[in-house]
Design a protein around this ligand. Structure first.
Ligand SMILES: *[C@@H]1O[C@H](CO)[C@@H](O)[C@H](O)[C@H]1NC(C)=O
Ligand SMILES: *[C@@H]1O[C@H](CO)[C@@H](O)[C@H](O)[C@H]1NC(C)=O
Ligand SMILES: *[C@@H]1O[C@H](CO)[C@@H](O)[C@H](O)[C@H]1NC(C)=O
Ligand SMILES: *[C@@H]1O[C@H](CO)[C@@H](O)[C@H](O)[C@H]1NC(C)=O
Ligand SMILES: *[C@@H]1O[C@H](CO)[C@@H](O)[C@H](O)[C@H]1NC(C)=O
Length: 189
């Protein structure tokens, strides 16, 4: 049910971008239309399309240079996308994340295009609400991750054992989720 929806949305998004790009490069530049959408930008926009952003926190996510977008950082030297922070820092009166500022899912699961960001070292999803879905296994293929903060992120189920394959990981916070602790399959290598 949900996957085709996401696919349709992503496709629609890509089409819009292609049209936009074709329009914006029509005066002067002889470039293949659409070629300038970087794969990183595409991954981020697909990810965004799988999120419900009621507080409009990702409104800066437009324009050509995704390194300029809020929460995104690229390396100075190579321009690689190395850091993504979606952390919701707004707390309510009980010191829990203010849910009305949380990102949540607009479809069944977050977009796995995130896994194409292979230079990512830092990923912070904390303080958001991923609708009691499981931690996506594709996070385990982000081989360069040093920092992964999934605290207060509304995940449930089991912690994928494949996260143990993230050999460069220095920091993992999975506190305050709804894991079935008896199902913990976490096995660091
Ligand atoms: C939570 O966020 C909403 C929307 O930004 C805001 O109206 C509300 O006052 C916030 N609640 C607290 C306790 O800060
Ligand atoms: C995820 O949770 C939010 C907040 O409760 C809700 O508005 C949204 O519809 C949910 N998404 C899905 C796909 O069920
Ligand atoms: C991880 O996220 C939680 C919740 O946002 C925050 O309190 C904690 O400081 C973060 N950890 C680090 C090392 O940044
Ligand atoms: C993990 O996140 C919680 C807040 O959600 C924070 O209180 C705790 O200190 C963090 N743990 C570490 C080891 O950073
Ligand atoms: C970890 O990676 C190795 C090599 O890529 C693979 O053989 C192994 O099955 C992986 N472990 C898990 C738990 O996925």
């Amino acid at each position: 049910m949900t996957k085709p929806t996401l696919l349709v949305r992503s496709t629609a998004l890509l089409l819009c971008l292609l049209i936009f790009q074709a329009g914006s490069t029509s005066h002067g530049q002889a470039s293949v239309s659409g070629a300038r959408i970087s794969s990183d930008q595409y991954a981020l926009l697909s990810f965004k399309a799988s999120l419900l952003d009621r507080a409009d926190r990702l409104s800066s996510w437009q324009g050509e240079d995704c390194c300029e977008w809020k929460g995104v950082r690229c390396s100075n030297r190579m321009g690689h996308l190395i850091k993504l922070s979606f952390r919701n820092i707004d707390m309510d009166e009980y010191n829990y994340p203010n849910m009305s500022r949380s990102l949540s899912l607009s479809v069944g699961e977050m977009s796995s295009t995130l896994a194409t960001l292979q230079n990512l070292r830092y990923l912070d999803l904390s303080g958001n609400y991923f609708n009691c879905t499981s931690i996506p296994v594709f996070l385990a293929s982000l081989n360069n991750l040093r920092y992964l903060n999934l605290s207060f992120a509304g995940f449930s189920g089991a912690i994928p054992s494949r996260l143990g394959n993230l050999s460069k990981l220095h920091y993992l916070n999975v506190s305050w989720n709804d894991f079935q602790t008896m199902d913990l399959a976490w096995s660091p290598v």
